[in-house]
Design a binder for this molecule. Structure first.
Ligand code: TRP
Length: 335
């Protein structure tokens, strides 16, 4: 039998998970576990590249684990873990920092964007963040990395670091590829439908959180930005708001875009907003209920992340030991 390919992905616990996180990532992560050997992590070490409140970070990290599971990511057939629980991430990232060039890190558009937005906290971690992400991926010899387009450049950099390293020391790392799942949806902000739906825009009401109540969801869709026409047609360039609503409805109901257009032909934006809101409520209802239930069960969540960390460490430490050996570190005495 052919060996399963390995997948690794992660989300930062720097904000709440959103409808966009679910439809764009988590829903697919759950499906991928049928076909691949999957490692899914909560990247708390990445999150501290911007200032976090310690108490909130702790709560959000645990809540994020509960939501991963509630989204259908089975903790038995997948490895679910918290990044900081596997020290090999910090260890390999230091090594990779020495193989990532200042120039290439300077070209990362996310670094440029984030430093423009946070002028008072352009820390070194924000700059070397892609080396930590490379460590996340390379430790598990991942074949595929399902992430949004905004992370494509970081996966490219990971490949370049791995190729450079292998060029010196032989085949240490598998060269990973950016993976775009067949059914990945790109959900836009309900108020600014040309921007990706993001937790950082919560105040503006354009973002649906996985834990939002049905009432909040219906209200947010009622206020969603459309346009001054009346036709319900999918046309991203000219009708980004309406197209986003059509897309959300299409993925929540498993109907094709053209079926959705046909269903709403002749109807007004008001009924579209109502129907999309209802569909999202029904999609998120079981997830929210299960997540809230799991968040009460701290002992269960702890058992999952403990098990995840030891499974992850097994693979990660193998790679780390190989790297340490290749670069000439003397094996650490076992204490
Ligand atoms: N940088 C990613 C983001 O902000 C999160 C991330 C960290 C990640 N390490 C990763 C994603 C490894 C995929 C694989 O979205």
């Amino acid at each position: 039998m052919e060996e399963k390919k390995t997948i690794l992905s992660g989300i930062q616990p720097s904000g709440e998970l959103t409808l966009g996180s679910y439809l764009g990532a988590l829903k697919n992560w759950a499906l991928l576990s049928n076909e691949f050997d999957c490692f899914y992590t909560i990247v708390d070490m990445h999150a501290i590249t911007s200032r976090q409140d310690p108490k909130e970070l702790r709560e959000r990290t645990l809540a994020q684990l509960a939501q991963y599971i509630a989204c259908g990511i089975d903790p038995i057939s997948n490895t679910l873990f918290i990044q900081s629980h596997v020290p090999a991430h910090a260890q390999l990232s230091w090594v990779l920092n020495c193989y990532a060039m200042f120039g290439e890190l300077s070209r990362m558009t996310q670094f440029k964007d984030k430093s423009a937005k946070n002028e008072d906290n352009i820390n070194a971690g924000l700059f070397t963040y892609p080396a930590l992400m490379a460590a996340d991926i390379l430790l598990y010899q991942a074949d595929l990395v399902p992430v949004g387009d905004d992370q494509r450049q970081h996966v490219e950099l990971t490949r370049n670091i791995a190729i450079r390293f292998n060029g010196i020391y032989g085949d240490v790392f598998k060269i990973p590829e950016h993976y775009i799942p067949k059914f990945g949806a790109r959900i836009m902000d309900l108020q600014n439908p040309t921007d990706k739906m993001s937790k950082s825009a919560i105040a503006a009401g354009g973002c649906i959180l996985l834990l939002d109540t049905p009432d909040d969801i219906i209200k947010a869709f009622r206020r969603a930005v459309t346009d001054s026409e009346t036709q319900i047609v999918y046309d991203v360039a000219n009708k980004p708001g309406v197209s986003n609503l059509i897309e959300i409805y299409s993925v929540c109901t498993d109907k094709s875009i053209s079926d959705v257009e046909a269903q709403f032909a002749g109807l007004g934006y008001g009924s579209l907003k109502q129907e999309v809101g209802d569909a999202v409520v029904e999609t998120l209802r079981p997830i929210r209920e299960e997540a809230l239930r799991l968040m009460e069960d701290k002992a269960y969540l702890e058992s999952i992340y403990k098990e995840g960390a030891s499974k992850a460490a097994l693979t990660a430490n193998k790679t780390l030991n190989d790297v340490y050996d290749k670069i000439g570190f003397i094996p650490a005495p076992i204490s």
